[in-house]
Design a protein around this ligand. Structure first.
Ligand SMILES: [Zn+2]
Length: 161
């Protein structure tokens, strides 16, 4: 059994797991982000057999064509298609959602974040009706994760177990 972080939404009876390797890679992407701008990428993984619980196996670094400023991150697309094709072929893993960093700020999703996730849920190109949003922020000098799922136009938050 791999070590994982575990998050839960009681109302949905659903869990999201983050594999340790994915979590540590995420921390190293953030440690490399010295310019204090927002950064982010996509979340890759899979659901279990009854589609109740998601397992995050990778959080990618920002694609080269991403743009960032202090309060907004525009995720690019360069290289993602082939990366997703490879994950699907080798591990039956697929796009689960988006992650980004709020440097030195609360990890609560902004109104723009929520609007973007609603768009993704409806966009057939993503083929992901219930995208996951992971925002990393900083509260009292430590990293905090805010995990949520967009489902039927609602946002559902997950709490770490
Ligand atoms: Zn944000």
């Amino acid at each position: 059994m791999l070590d994982m972080k575990e998050y839960e939404n009681i109302e949905l009876k659903s869990k999201i797991f983050i594999e340790d390797a994915a979590y540590h890679r995420l921390l190293s992407i953030i440690a490399d982000n010295k310019n204090k701008l927002e950064t982010g990428g996509i979340i890759i993984g899979h659901y279990d057999a009854d589609c109740q619980n998601a397992v995050i196996t990778e959080c990618t670094k920002p694609p080269e064509d991403s743009k960032a400023d202090r309060f907004r991150f525009y995720r690019g697309i360069k290289g993602l298609k082939s990366l997703l094709r490879q994950h699907w072929k080798e591990q039956n893993e697929y796009y689960l959602g988006e992650w980004h960093l709020h440097p030195g700020a609360s990890p609560n999703p902004s109104a723009a974040d929520i609007a973007q996730m609603k768009k993704i849920a409806q966009d057939k190109n993503f083929n992901c009706k219930e995208p996951i949003l992971m925002v990393l922020g900083e509260v009292a000098k430590s990293q905090v994760i805010n995990l949520s799922i967009f489902k039927n136009d609602h946002i559902y938050y997950y709490v770490e177990k």
